[in-house]
Design a protein around this ligand. Sequence first.
Ligand code: HEM
Ligand code: HEM
Length: 188
Amino acid sequence: MLLNGHETFGWGTIILHWMIALLILGLIVLGFIMVRPDIDPELQFSLYQWHKSFGMTVLALSVIRVIWWLTNRHPASVKGLSPLEARSASAVHLLLLAMTIAVPLAGWAVASTSTLGIPTLVFNRVLVPHLPLRPSAEAEAFWTTTHALLAYGMGGLVVLHMVAAFHHEFIRRDGVLSRMIRGSLGKR
Ligand code: HEM
Ligand code: HEM
C-alpha cells in the first residue's frame, strides 16, 4: 500500500524516511570531512558542491515529506507504550521533521551570505538562486555556526532515535523497526 493504514506505514512514508535518513547521515559525515583545513583545495571545492547538491535534494524531499506527513493518516503507536513514551516518541519525530527543513535552510543561508558568491548549481545542472540575505563576513559566520550546531544537534537526535528503534526491535520485540521497513508489525 502506498498510503499509511491504521497500524501500518505505506511505501510512500517508508521510501521517503529511508532516502532522507541515508542522505542526512551521509551529509553529516561529508560536512565534517570537507571543512577540515588540511585537505586539497580542489577536492574541498568539489566536496562543497556535492554537499550543497545533496543538501538541496534533502530539502526538496523533506518538503514533500512534511506535506505527506500532514496529509496522511498516522498509524497508532505499538501496544505496550506508556503515554509518556508515546508522547516523547512523537515529540522526537516532530523535532526530526522540523530539523530536516531547518538544517538545509541554514546551509542555503551559508551559501547565500558567503562573500565568495559561489552559485549553488545542483548536480551541475539546476541553478538555485541565493536566499534574499545580504552577503557579509558576519552573516556568513552566523549562518555557518547555526548550520553546524543544528546539523550536529540533529545527529545527536538521530542517535537517540536509532537507539530507541533498536531497543524496540531487539529488546522489546514489538515490531517498531520492522514496521518502518516492511510496513506492518508482522507476526509477533
Ligand atoms: C536522519 C535520519 C532520520 C530522520 C530525520 C528520521 C525521522 C523519522 C520520523 C519523522 C519518523 C516519524 C514517522 C511518521 O510519523 O511518519 C520516524 C520514524 C521511525 N524511524 Fe526514523 N529517522 C531517521 C533515521 C532513522 C534510523 C537510522 C532508524 C533506524 C535504525 C530509524 C527508525 C525509525 C523507526 C523504526 C520509525 C517508526 C517509529 C514508529 O513506528 O513510531 N530512523 N523517523
Ligand atoms: C540535511 C542537510 C544538511 C546536513 C545534514 C548538513 C551538514 C553539514 C555539516 C555537518 C557541516 C560541517 C559543519 C562544521 O563542522 O563546521 C556542514 C557544512 C556546510 N554546509 Fe551543510 N548540511 C546540509 C545541507 C546543506 C545545504 C542545503 C547547503 C547549501 C546549499 C549546505 C552548505 C554547507 C556549507 C557551505 C558548509 C561549510 C560551512 C563552512 O565553511 O564551515 N549544507 N553541513
